[in-house]
Design a protein around this ligand. Structure first.
Ligand code: HEC
Length: 180
C-alpha cells in the first residue's frame, strides 16, 4: 500500500512537471529571449522552499554563534593559579553542546537551499555536505561524551569554514596570500 501511494505521488509529480515543461516550451517558441527567465520562474514556483534570510544572516544568526559554543566547550588555560581544564560535565551541559551541533547540521541544509545567494558575485553555494558531515560527528561526540573527539573535530570544523570562505566569501584574499 505504501509503495502504491508512493507511485501515485510520483505520477502526480510527473503530471505537474510535464505540464510545467509544456508551458515552458510554448513560452520559448513565442518568446525565445525570455526562455531562461521563465524556466527559473517555473523552478521557483514549484519549490516548497522560500529562502528569506540572506546567506550572511544565516552565518551570523546560526552558524557563527553555534560554532563558538562548540569551540569554547573544551579548553585548557594555564595561569598563576595552575592549569584549568574546561569541558562539559553534566548531562545538561552535553545536551547544550549537542543542540549547537544539531543547529550546524541543519544550517548545512539551509545554506544549500536553492535561491540562497551570497552577496558577492550572485553565486549559490550548492554544497553544504562538508559542514553537515563534521557536524553529524559532533552530535555523536556529544552522545558519547567524548572530549577528545570534540577537540579534534573542533579543528576540522574550522577547516571546513575556512575552505568554503576562501572560495565563496573572500576569494581575492585567498588568492593573494597563495601567491605571496
Ligand atoms: C559552504 C560555505 C560556507 C561554510 C561551510 C561556512 N561559511 Fe561562513 N560564510 C560563507 C559565505 C559565502 C559568507 C559571506 C556571505 C555573503 O557575502 O553573502 C560567509 C560569512 C560568514 C561570516 C560573516 C557574517 C557577517 O555578519 O558578515 C561569519 C562570521 C562566518 N561566515 C562564520 C562561519 C563559521 C564559523 C563557519 C564554520 C563553522 C562557516 N562560516 C562556514 C560561506 C560559508
Amino acid at each position: 500500500m505504501v509503495f502504491r501511494s508512493r507511485m501515485l505521488n510520483l505520477l502526480t509529480f510527473c503530471g505537474t512537471a510535464c505540464l510545467l515543461s509544456a508551458c515552458g516550451s510554448s513560452t520559448t517558441a513565442t518568446n525565445p529571449d525570455k526562455s531562461t527567465g521563465s524556466r527559473a520562474a517555473d523552478a521557483a514556483a514549484v519549490s516548497p522552499y522560500k529562502p528569506t534570510a540572506t546567506f550572511q544572516e544565516i552565518m551570523d544568526s546560526i552558524v557563527d554563534p553555534s560554532s563558538d559554543v562548540i569551540w569554547e566547550a573544551v579548553s585548557t588555560t594555564v595561569d598563576a593559579k595552575g592549569i584549568h581544564e574546561k569541558q562539559p560535565h553534566t548531562d545538561a551541559e552535553w545536551h547544550e553542546f549537542r543542540r549547537r551541533a544539531i543547529l550546524l547540521v541543519e544550517a548545512a541544509n539551509l545554506i544549500a537551499v536553492p535561491g540562497r545567494r551570497v552577496a558577492k558575485g550572485d553565486k549559490s553555494v550548492e554544497d553544504g555536505a562538508p559542514l553537515r558531515e563534521i557536524s553529524v560527528e559532533l552530535v555523536a561526540a556529544a552522545d558519547n561524551k567524548n572530549v577528545a573527539a570534540v577537540t579534534d573535530l573542533g579543528g576540522a570544523l574550522d577547516e571546513v569554514c575556512e575552505s568554503c570562505h576562501k572560495v565563496f566569501w573572500y576569494p581575492e584574499l585567498a588568492q593573494n596570500s597563495a601567491t605571496r
